[in-house]
Design a protein around this ligand. Structure first.
Ligand code: FES
Length: 175
């Protein structure tokens, strides 16, 4: 019998984990960005199709190699950004994503941080490729972007320790 305690996922997380919306790559994407690390699997790729004239997200999709919360967060975020201007999409916080999901367990906050990090990275990349930076787009990385980078470093450290066989059960339970 398994001794693992199931995480208290909300019904919305479970629904989107079982039936994710907008899952898969997008052939005609304007921009794609990723966060996380493919090495360990906690990774999200975000695809955006953007109306250049209006700077509006026409559609979004994602690929996830992470956990149920990772899939649900990326999925709901693709729904939340649809029809929004890039400025509005930029302002979506990981907490709003978590709230839309009916809340995430604390140890799963980083799954939402990675999803929002991928979105912000895609928006930055889009403007960088166009040689533009609108006034609302901060020059320096925001707190949320830095959090995503911290998560990536954590994942890589954790993965490094796991592959060296040094991972104890306490750390293993975080992911
Ligand atoms: Fe969910 Fe890492 S992405 S546990």
């Amino acid at each position: 019998m398994s001794t693992r305690i199931p995480l208290p996922y909300s019904p919305k997380v479970l629904e989107l984990f079982r039936n994710p919306r907008n899952a898969g790559s997008m052939e005609d994407a304007t921009v794609k960005a990723t966060t996380g690390s493919l090495a360990c699997g906690d990774m999200i790729a975000m695809y955006l199709k953007i109306d250049d004239a209006k700077e509006v997200v026409l559609k979004a999709s994602f690929e996830s190699y992470g956990c149920a919360a990772n899939i649900a967060a990326a999925s709901i975020l693709t729904e939340m950004v649809k029809g929004k201007t890039l400025h509005e999409a930029w302002n979506i916080s990981w907490k709003e994503v978590s709230d839309e999901l009916g809340g995430l367990p604390i140890i799963k906050y980083h799954c939402s941080i990675l999803a929002v990090g991928a979105l912000k990275r895609a928006i930055r990349k889009y403007y960088r490729h166009r040689g533009l930076r609108p006034g609302w787009l901060p020059e320096k990385p925001t707190k949320e972007e830095l959090q995503a980078v911290e998560e990536e470093k954590f994942i890589e450290r954790l993965y490094g320790r796991a592959s060296e066989g040094k991972l104890d059960e306490g750390n293993r339970s975080r992911s």
